[in-house]
Every structure is written in structure tokens, then in C-alpha cells.
Design a protein around this ligand. Structure first.
Ligand code: ATP
Ligand code: MG
Length: 581
């Protein structure tokens, strides 16, 4: 249930965007947003042009675009002008190998500058870019390259030898493999080609509806889908970056997401550059001390991260923040999973501002519902629809679809299509795509409710809803209640079959350091949940685990816990990461 807590947004007071947000909310038209980007003659445009070239043309070439922090801690800066020239060289390398507009260029790279240069150079050349997580194993790589008909792959010698070389025969469309370092048979080294290539290239003028990006979903609910996005999406990336993340030219901004999932591209490459910020890119994996160090030393102004990371910071305790100065931080946001109220409040205590939760999907291409800078935050709520986005709670019945307007009624979260970054299809899965639309709505597959002030509250994935003794129970509510307990670091809640109740609630709990998984603690957690939620909703069973099964984008895979509980096949686990009993 929605909490009564409201956190007055400090950021609001400082938000220059607040004024135009308030003024434009009702009258906002995507047509007007289109005027905020430059475009190219004849109604054409190119994402890479908006991200880089227009800033260089406007005299900002000397501003740092990317600051790369290598695993070793060494920093390297790339200005907008340097990024322009490097991406031009990359586009020329593609052209000189006969790779034309529309070709599919994949990357399998860690968060190194090459990844960003390849992404933007590919778009500049009018090719379709598809980033893969470098941690994927050979089979997920093969499947995704086959589905998308990969023509080109950029990777490293190490990754190529370990994961790709044995697959070459299975990928007949793959014409070229470029290695950003090292050598391997059947591949080309990128560095000498880049050096020989011209630093001049004119961004390919694209039709707004030309395909730009192919992104695979996280695979949280099943087999990942290949989602198609077009160049026009940049209009939404730009606007939502400004409205939902409060990005302002010249800011230092850190998005912690890997470009292997959509946040790392929409808000880890395109939106920040189109809004002319200086982006921090950290090559390393999550590490508490390193992250606090980056926020402090780099004077990060805007920080975009995810609930799993926030919960790990909370787990490490406030002591870990001691001695750090976060006074440059102006805005912090979170996405990817529901953000427990506890985490929002913790953010407010530690950083002096709440985490601003926002909701979207690979399919929507950009942020749809958000706690804006200009808005008071209700911890546990995902906020309100952005200007230009109409969201509703709907019920799908045999007669069709009806919008539920009663406050706090649970239904499926749906959106009226029409924003520029909406997917244009699931690759080779048209029936699945068509099924997402009904009576003029796009159905998200998530359950939510709206309160009387228009705030939206996430309830759970529609597959995760628990039906117990006539009650409908959203896992998020139960998880958030358990998160309030000082011993709990992370928690996942599922429904397991029960003879009398139909389903009963079971919780899997990971503990903070210093807490032992004892019978006594289990009883204490049970008692805490019953007090908070009532006996009908509180978990009947609690199991302790080292950590929870998560996707590589950090999402808890409840379906895997459920499948194991029921002794069913595990299904597609190509994106599974941490998973210790
Ligand atoms: P798949 O579609 O393959 O099962 P996925 O849905 O996890 O995977 P993504 O597109 O990466 O793939 O994630 C989008 C989903 O993440 C949303 O539909 C929603 O369930 C969840 N999500 C994202 N942001 C939030 C948020 N702020 N609050 C609650 N849930 C969120
Ligand atoms: Mg999904």
C-alpha cells in the first residue's frame, strides 16, 4: 500500500527545468520536442549527429564528452571533438569494408571507449547497432547474433577466442570481426584500420523510421525478445533525459548501467550526449568503496543507478560513506526494478536527497513514468507519467479492455502509443508484438495502481502476482515490508502451491553482514511481516539464501525461484548472473 511519507524534493528548489516542466505538461507535443534537436535536411536525422556533431558545430568541441575510468583506476578523457573524429574513423572503417547502411553491427565489449566509439560510429554510418553483454556465454551470444542476422562484430581477442571463434560456422551472415585489441585468425585488428581511416565523415541522413538499435530484453520473465528501435527515438531520449533525469549541458553525469541492456544505451550513451553532459564511464564492476570514490572525486551532478546496487550500498552501511563529499550531487535516479521505500529514505538520509524512481522497459525505449526533479517524492511510487505520455491502469476482459479509474485498484499498466522511442517490433516475432496492443493501448505486462493524486505504484509482473485465499498479493509490497528489517539485504517473494489457500507466500531472504540465518531470526522476520502486512499477506515461509538469482542487468528472477520450488524446468537462463544458495 502507498505510504503516507512524502519527501519534498530538494532538487525541485534548484530545478531550472521545473518551470518549463510545469508550463508544458498539458500542452506538450512530441512535435515540439522535435524542434529541440537539430535534425538533418529533408526531414532526416541521425542519432550520432544529435549526440556529437551538433555540439561540435556549436563550438563545444573542447568539452569532455567521456571520462573513462579503467579498472586500474586510470582516467582518460575524450572531448566532443575527439569523439567526433574517432566515430568518423570508425564509420570509415565500416565503409572501407563494404559495410553499408542497414548492416547489423554487434559489439561484445566491456565498458571501454571502443564500445562507445563503435556504437556511435555504427549509427553515424547508418548501420544498426546491437550491444551484447561481454559476460554472456557462447550460447546466448550465438542466439542473439543469429536472431539479429549479425554482419559485423567488434570484440576483443580474448572474448573472441573464448566465446565466438567456435561459432563462426553457425553464423553465415557474419562477414567481419574487428578486434579492439590482440589478434586472432579470421579477424581484423581495429587499431591500424582506425589510424589509417580518415577523421572526416558525414553522418548518414536517416529517415526517422529507419532502424537504429536492436536491444534484447533482460529475460526476467522468459526468453529474451529482440526489440527494434529507430533513429526518431533520439527525440524521446533527449527530452526524457532532460525532464526525468534533469540533465543540463555541462553537467557531470554517471549512469551505472552497461550498454548491454537498454538503460546503458538510451541513458548511458544517447540522452546524456544529446544533452551535452560529461559522461563518466566506469569499466569495473560494482564495488562500494570505488563507487563512493567516483561520486566524490568526479563531482558527479546526476547519478542514474538501479535498486540492486542501491541495496548493496545499504548493505555496506553508512560507515562506508564516511569521509566522502557528495555536495556536487544534485539528482539521483533509479530504474530497472521496484525501488523499496526503505531505499528511497536511506538515500535521503545519506545524500540529502531521495532516489527518484522511474519506470520503463526495453520496449518503451525511454523513461515513461518518473519522479521528476520538480515533484515531491512518495517513497515506493514510480512517480507520474512524463509529459507526452498517457498511462492507464486497465483490465482485460473477454469484451475488451477497460480503463480502471478507481484509485488504488490493481490492473495492468498500459500506455497510449505514440512517443518516438516506442519499439517498432519484436524481431521475427510479429504475433508476440501484435499481442501487446489492444483497443489503442500498449500492454506492458506489469501490474500497477494509481492513487488519487495520479502517482503510479508498481505491484509486480503480471506473472508474479500471488493469489492466496482470495487475496491478490503483489510481491513488491511483501518484499518492501521485509526490507525494512535491519537484518535484510535483499528479498524475493513468490507464490507456491498450497492445498487450502491455492497459493501461499514464500520469501527468499539474503542477510546483511553480521546476521546469521537462524531459526530465531526467521521467526522474528515472520513476526515483523505479520505486524506490517497482516497474516493473510505476510509470508508463510521464509528461506535464507546467500544471494538471489538475478539477471545480468540486476533483476531478481522470481520465475526461477518458482520453477525450482515446483520442480519445473528452469527455462531460458541465458541472462542469469549471481545465484548462490
Ligand atoms: P523480459 O521482458 O525479457 O522478461 P525484462 O522485462 O526484465 O525482461 P527490461 O525491458 O530490461 O526486461 O525490463 C523492464 C521491466 O523492468 C519492466 O517491465 C518492469 O517490470 C521492470 N521495471 C523497470 N523499472 C521499474 C521500476 N522503476 N519499478 C518497477 N519495475 C520496474
Ligand atoms: Mg519485459
Amino acid at each position: 500500500m502507498p505510504e503516507d511519507t512524502i519527501i519534498k524534493s530538494e532538487a525541485a528548489a534548484k530545478a531550472a527545468n521545473m518551470v518549463d516542466y510545469a508550463a508544458t505538461y498539458d500542452s506538450f507535443r512530441w512535435e515540439d520536442a522535435r524542434r529541440e534537436i537539430d535534425g538533418l535536411p529533408g526531414g532526416h536525422l541521425n542519432i550520432a549527429y544529435e549526440a556529437i556533431e551538433r555540439h561540435v558545430a556549436a563550438g563545444h568541441g573542447a568539452q569532455v564528452a567521456l571520462r573513462w575510468i579503467a579498472k586500474s583506476g586510470e582516467r582518460t578523457d575524450y572531448t566532443y571533438l575527439e569523439l567526433s573524429q574517432l566515430t568518423n574513423r570508425f564509420a570509415n572503417v565500416l565503409r572501407s569494408h563494404g559495410i553499408e547502411k542497414g548492416a547489423r553491427v554487434y559489439s561484445l565489449l566491456g565498458r571501454t571507449p571502443d564500445l562507445y566509439i563503435a556504437a556511435l560510429g555504427t549509427l553515424k554510418a547508418g548501420c544498426v547497432f546491437c550491444p551484447l553483454f561481454s559476460a554472456f556465454g557462447p550460447e546466448p551470444i550465438r542466439a542473439r547474433m543469429e536472431i539479429g542476422g549479425a554482419n559485423v562484430l567488434i570484440t576483443t581477442a580474448r572474448l573472441y577466442k573464448r566465446k565466438v571463434s567456435a561459432l563462426r560456422d553457425l553464423l553465415p551472415d557474419l562477414r567481419h570481426v574487428f578486434l579492439s585489441d590482440g589478434m586472432a585468425e579470421g579477424t581484423d585488428q581495429l587499431s591500424p584500420l582506425m589510424e589509417a581511416a580518415s577523421p572526416e565523415f558525414t553522418a548518414e541522413p536517416m529517415h526517422p523510421e529507419d532502424t537504429a538499435l536492436l536491444h534484447f530484453t533482460s529475460g526476467t520473465t522468459g526468453k529474451p525478445k529482440g526489440v527494434v528501435h529507430v533513429h526518431d527515438a533520439v527525440v524521446a531520449h533527449h527530452m526524457t533525459g532532460r525532464l526525468a533525469l534533469d540533465l543540463r549541458p555541462g553537467n557531470t553525469y554517471w549512469c551505472t548501467a552497461d550498454p548491454g541492456w537498454v538503460t546503458g544505451t538510451s541513458y548511458g550513451i544517447i540522452a546524456p550526449l544529446s544533452n551535452r553532459v560529461t559522461m563518466i564511464i566506469d569499466e569495473a564492476e560494482f564495488d562500494v568503496a570505488r563507487w563512493y570514490d567516483i561520486l566524490d572525486r568526479e563531482s558527479v551532478n546526476v547519478w542514474y543507478t538501479a535498486p540492486t546496487a542501491i541495496r548493496m550500498l545499504m548493505k555496506a552501511g553508512v560507515e562506508a560513506t564516511k569521509g566522502h563529499d557528495f555536495s556536487s550531487l544534485r539528482f539521483m535516479a533509479s530504474v530497472g526494478e521496484p525501488l523499496n521505500p526503505e531505499a528511497v529514505i536511506w538515500g535521503n538520509d545519506v545524500f540529502g536527497m531521495p532516489f527518484h524512481d522511474n519506470w520503463w522497459q526495453t520496449e518503451t525505449g525511454g523513461i515513461m513514468i518518473a519522479n521528476f526533479a520538480a515533484m515531491d517524492v512518495r517513497p515506493g511510487s514510480m512517480g507520474k507519467p512524463l509529459p507526452g505520455i498517457r498511462a492507464g491502469i486497465v483490465e482485460v476482459t473477454e469484451d475488451g479492455l477497460c480503463e480502471v479509474t478507481k484509485p488504488l485498484a490493481i490492473g495492468e499498466l498500459a500506455l497510449r502509443p505514440g512517443w518516438p522511442s516506442m519499439m517498432r517490433g519484436y524481431l521475427h516475432e510479429n504475433a508476440r508484438y501484435e499481442k501487446c496492443f489492444r483497443d489503442g493501448w500498449y500492454l506492458t505486462g506489469d501490474l500497477a495502481m494509481r492513487d488519487s493524486d495520479g502517482y503510479f505504484w508498481f505491484v509486480g509482473r503480471s506473472n508474479d502476482l500471488i493469489k492466496s485465499a482470495g487475496h491478490l498479493i503483489g510481491p513488491f509490497e511483501v518484499e518492501s515490508a521485509l526490507m525494512e528489517h535491519e537484518a535484510v539485504a535483499e528479498v524475493a517473494v513468490i507464490g507456491v502451491p498450497d492445498e487450502t489457500a491455492g497459493e501461499r507466500v514464500k520469501a527468499f531472504v539474503g542477510l546483511k553482514p553480521g546476521y546469521a540465518p537462524t531459526e530465531e531470526l526467521m521467526l522474528e522476520l515472520s513476526g515483523h511481516a505479520r505486524k506490517r502486512l497482516g497474516p493473510a499477506v505476510a509470508p508463510k515461509e521464509i528461506a535464507f539464501r546467500k544471494n538471489l538469482p538475478k539477471t545480468r542487468s540486476g533483476k531478481i528472477m522470481r520465475r526461477l525461484l518458482r520453477a525450482r520450488e515446483l520442480g519445473l524446468p528452469e527455462g531460458d537462463i541465458s541472462t542469469l548472473e549471481s545465484d548462490e544458495q
